[in-house]
Design a protein around this ligand. Structure first.
Ligand SMILES: Nc1ncnc2c1ncn2[C@@H]1O[C@H](COP(=O)(O)OP(=O)(O)O)[C@@H](O)[C@H]1O
Ligand SMILES: [Mg+2]
Length: 290
């Protein structure tokens, strides 16, 4: 049954297929395995080559060259308004570059040649606002995508939700209403929801923006733990240098739309680039050393 729905050539046409996928599929899939393999994830590698983007005369991204390796936790840091979110949006195809290329697992995502070629990776973005539905429970928020896409049986969906909540340290919190949660818990529910589809790539935009330092630390530990348990590539965009230094494999610093430094946390801390030094100095309020 699962294979039947997976193959394009067996897909019924028109209204029948629409009904199957949106109408009464839950009962059809009851007792079956997932339609496709939502159990496995594989970290993807990402390359940006000479990427440029302007909005009118505002040249936001200037010749961005970047390579993020499969399985890496990579942070893009820099002051506000320097193009970090715009860069992230290019990777998830919410913005298109004026020139340059973005390759994911070697495939040019904006290339004309394989425009209609199937993607064999999944990505998921955790937005700054968490973007949860307040009228839904934790369980319903995490299961939203799985139920909407009807990817597997209800029994299995519940198991996936339990597993994702465990990964973010929220075991047993299924029944809580989202509106009752603290900022840190909301963020973790948002991460669990992103994990529901087993993404190969997860992107966070300013994950600590509304969190206090203690909650930010907890969040960093959650993200670091994910790396141990799940095979995915993580990209974090943040102005929070300490957060990035704590959990990243590598960090790129962007300033004025250009990447001015790339390296491990140790290399970033030791950078002699004056803009990097100034950023470190101001974000640590002048506290020197580690
Ligand atoms: N859709 C858009 N249209 C016009 N200008 C934009 C758009 N998105 C971002 N910008 C501009 O691009 C610059 C970088 O924005 P952004 O990437 O959001 O900065 P940040 O580093 O704080 O995430 C800003 O000057 C912003 O006003
Ligand atoms: Mg931003």
């Amino acid at each position: 049954m699962a294979d039947f729905f997976k193959t394009e050539k067996n897909k019924p046409s028109g209204n029948i297929w629409t009904k199957l996928t949106h109408g009464f599929t839950a009962s059809i899939f009851e007792g079956c395995e997932c339609q496709s393999n939502y159990e496995d994830s594989h970290g993807v590698d990402i390359r940006l080559i000479d990427v440029n983007k302007s909005f009118n005369d505002n040249h936001v991204l200037k010749n961005i060259n970047l390579e993020i390796k499969a399985g890496e936790t990579f942070s893009i840091i820099g002051p506000s308004g320097t193009g970090k979110s715009v860069l992230l949006k290019h990777i998830v195809k919410l913005e298109q570059p004026d020139s340059g290329q973005i390759l994911i697992d070697g495939q040019d995502i904006y290339g004309t040649e394989d425009k209609d070629a199937p993607r064999d990776y999944r990505y998921s973005m955790v937005f700054q606002s968490s973007a949860l539905f307040n009228s839904l429970s934790v369980e319903e928020n995490v299961g939203l995508w799985l139920r909407e896409k009807r990817v597997c049986t209800e029994t299995r969906i519940r198991r996936i939700i339990r597993e994702k909540l465990r990964l973010v340290g929220l075991s047993g919190k299924e029944a809580l209403m989202t509106s009752e949660l603290s900022g840190g818990m909301r963020k973790r529910v948002a991460i669990a929801r992103s994990l529901a589809m087993n993404p190969d790539l997860i992107l966070y935009d300013e994950p600590t923006a509304e969190l206090d330092p203690v909650t930010s630390d907890e969040l960093a530990r959650v993200i670091m733990n994910l790396k141990k348990e799940v095979n995915l590539t993580t990209i974090i965009v943040s102005h929070d240098l300490n957060f990035a230094l704590y959990l990243s494999d590598r960090i790129a610093m962007i300033s004025g739309g250009e990447i001015i430094e790339i390296g491990t946390p140790e290399e970033i801390k030791a950078s002699q680039n004056p803009t990097v030094r100034k950023f470190i100095y101001t974000t640590t309020k002048g506290i020197k050393g580690d």
